[in-house]
Design a protein around this ligand. Structure first.
Ligand SMILES: Cc1cc2nc3c(=O)[nH]c(=O)nc-3n(C[C@H](O)[C@H](O)[C@H](O)COP(=O)(O)O)c2cc1C
Length: 360
């Protein structure tokens, strides 16, 4: 399957502009094409994190299925969980096109979508239809660009989706909504976390875990503030990380485009930040490692650097739809080779090493 993708499908998709290719892939999944990549389950990879049972620790990161169109098709491809969104209260068009660029020479992507999405009401209708499925579907929530009270937008996201989602991801780290990342500063974050926790409805949804998704461009002092507040406010976990505004040694002609960089060039930075966050929060808080995973080796490094779960996005573009299944197979093989009962036995083995590495 990978051979077919890399030699036939990818060259065809890479001939059209990146956003059209993305929309074509969604359209293909709507026709049921995901079933071609159906993946056998590896029972040994099942893991429990934040009270949720994940069939395997490999998730799809936010931003691929922004409007909750194909979560079941994605789950059938072998993902242990799918994070839909980012969704904002009101629908919005996002930034003008072009806003998505493939950096082929670097195996990276730059995007400046700016939260284009259908809004809470339409998204909720779609999510409800998928509730019958057993899969783990998270909802990543954000704020509208023109919102007068951005924290109120996150509260609305929690109220709306907590009864229906497996978990919520509070995304304050997109670089494409001006000013949004300032919610990561100590004073703003403190208020945000108090208000989103309090917004969980009574009854159904009262226990829905809330994860905070952070940027990879934070100073050690900012990371330390975030760790302290997350522990203090009893947030259920941290997703490390979103895309970076930095541009480390890129070769692609698109490297000067504005927006967030993801894929291989993000791997080092996001893994160092993950390991530092693990040192700050201690062993008990769930961490989800994201950024530049495109191989079993890269997924294993994230786990060694402190991740309980991992997510991929850009790797799918370069490696194709067999990636989640290849990763699950690769992790299962590694467990067998090392005679592990659970892949979590590898967690944290590389934290000290990764945390002390320099970020360029
Ligand atoms: C095209 C694109 C759109 C994205 N949209 C979102 C989004 O809406 N919300 C979000 O939290 N992250 C979004 N991300 C970030 C990813 O979820 C992920 O954190 C990041 O790409 C790093 O993972 P990767 O290197 O595997 O792509 C987007 C990434 C890409 C490439």
């Amino acid at each position: 399957m990978r051979f077919l993708y890399e030699n036939l499908v990818r060259p065809a998709l890479f001939r059209v502009d990146a956003e059209t290719a993305h929309n074509l892939s969604l359209a293909a999944l709507k026709t049921g094409a995901g079933l071609v990549f159906a993946c056998p389950k590896h029972e040994g990879l099942a893991t429990r994190v934040a009270g949720i049972r994940f069939p395997n620790p490999i998730g799809l990161a936010a931003g691929y299925d922004k409007n909750c169109e194909v979560p079941d098709a994605l789950l059938s491809m072998g993902f242990g969980f799918v994070e839909t969104g980012t969704v904002t209260p009101k629908p919005q068009p996002g930034n003008p096109k072009p806003r998505l660029f493939r950096l082929e020479e670097d195996a990276g992507i730059i995007n400046r979508f700016g939260f284009n999405n259908v809004g809470h009401a339409v998204f909720l209708e779609r999510l409800r239809k998928h509730q019958a499925s057993e899969g783990v579907i998270g909802v990543n929530i954000g704020a509208n660009k023109d919102s007068a009270d951005r924290i109120a937008d996150y509260e609305a996201g929690v109220r709306t989706f907590a009864p229906h989602a497996s978990y919520l991801a509070v995304n304050i780290s997109s670089p494409n909504t001006p000013g949004l990342r300032s919610l990561q500063s100590r004073a703003d974050l403190s208020e945000l976390l108090i208000r989103v926790s309090a917004a969980r409805p009574k009854g159904k949804g009262t226990r829905t875990p809330i994860f905070l998704k952070i940027a990879p461009d934070l100073t050690d002092e900012e990371l330390s503030d975030i760790a302290e507040l997350v522990l203090d406010r009893k947030i259920d976990g941290i997703i490390v990380s979103n895309t970076t505004l930095t541009r480390p040694n890129l070769r692609s002609p698109y490297s000067g485009e504005a927006g967030g960089l993801s894929g291989k060039p993000l791997f080092h930075r996001s893994t160092v930040v993950l390991a530092r966050m693990r040192q700050l929060v201690g062993p008990d808080l769930p961490l989800i490692g994201v950024g530049g995973i495109d191989s079993t080796q890269a997924a294993l490094e994230k786990i060694r650097a402190g991740a309980d779960l991992v997510q991929v996005y850009s790797g799918l573009v370069y490696r194709g739809p067999s990636l989640p299944c290849d990763l699950a197979h690769g992790l299962a093989k590694e467990m067998k080779r090392l005679d592990l009962k659970n892949i979590a036995e590898l967690r944290d083995q590389g934290v000290t090493d990764w945390a002390q590495r320099k970020i360029d």
